[in-house]
Design a protein. Sequence first.
Length: 501
Amino acid sequence: MSLATLIVLMAGCAGSNLEKMIPADAIGVVSIDVPGLLKKAGMLDDGKIVLPQALKQVTDENETSPLCILFNDLPQLGLDHDSKAYVFFTTKTFGRVVLAALSDPEKTRKTLELRVGGEFAKTEGLNCMYVKDNLYVIDGEVLLVGTVNKPMEVARAATGAKAILAKVAANINDNKDVKSVLHKDSEINVWIKGDGLKTILGKSEVYRELSQKMPLIGIFTESDIDAVTCNIDFDSEGVEMNTHILAAEGSEYARLLNTTLGQPGEDVLKAIPNSMDYIFTICVKGDSFVRLEQVQQLLKVFGRLPYIGSIDLAAILATVDGPFTVGLARDPHLEGEWNMVLATRSSNPEGVLSQISDFANSMGQAPELYEGEYIYQYDNKMIRIGIIDGVLYLKMLDYEQTEGYAFDMKPVRDAFGESVFGFFAQTRNDSINGYFDFGLKDPFEGKGHFSTNQKKANATLEFLRSLCSIRVSDGFGNEEDNDDAFSAFISSTFGKQSSDQ
């Protein structure tokens, strides 16, 4: 991701001019109202950028974070922060391109050379610098930063940038639907083509990590959605997100969700510890869900696995009636390990619990029954299976749980109580917790909200502080996380496959 994408959060420009550089076949476009965002974060003082003490504290503590470096260098970057900036995504020379206007190109050159570790030079008639798959171009008062789709010679990358800067091709303004999204009053406006969603998200380490742990996200990234639009409004009290999923009523996506979605309910959160970093839920009608081709294929894969094949997973899934929820948190003691909790509303929780117990006994892992829970020990993890208020749960934790539950957290309870699909994440900065929730009430309309646990905190500023903790990647997936929490969960619950099987 590097400094290229992070500049998008702060850079500004004359929108009408830069929009003409965005090709009409871009698979995704983001516009950012930089002055509005900076003002609401308390980062503009008499036209000058200043770092609030709360943000400076975070940047000082995370000196290697690219976003923190950007914040610290912002006054020296020479960016024009009086208007919009843009980022767009393509499948051609560049996977991602940042466009920003400059107020002091010479200052920009010096700061980028210092931070990036290269030197600007003339290539294909452009003043550019190519370092670690990112091409930096200063063309008059325009900064272009492109991340190439694959490693290439600098001359080829410069030729691709030259075509963008020339503004000779059809541009995004020729698409009235995209233009109407980008010109809304929100601080951030997003349009992403449906078949480009996976391509764009796949460049994010956070997405790759979550998609491994929560494969149901593929319902959206692997579907025939036409486009996704999003408008994000920032305020001192909270950040609001409105999302529209554009798909035909007869699309596979609409059919899939209309067939399988069940009734939402927040009671399932009574089994999810409030310490989970991420919580994901999808409400399904189990009997319809297990008949879907995608699910049948998944069940066949599991059926061929040693041990697992002897469990009637289809019968278990068929009892699901409402939310199927997963909670995840990075293990604070073991690097690369995850704590996980599964919880679901089941029409026959006692029957499912009995089947799991019988299976464990047949594998020689007879559980201990304690206070209504079946308890196992495996690889320093305590496995607890039980029922609370009709909710069947399985916890895989490396500690004795003493914290409360997500049901007592109003943001996640409100979101999941009315969402057929929901996602929740929380961050912790000193004494301030940040809460982000997103939910779909139906297959097409979604709402998200970021808030904090302190009324006096500036939510926009806290949102930016939270971004400092996000890990970045090089865009090619070279540092894939081989730890698979889902596989760990399976092996921990049902026993590892031996090397001779």
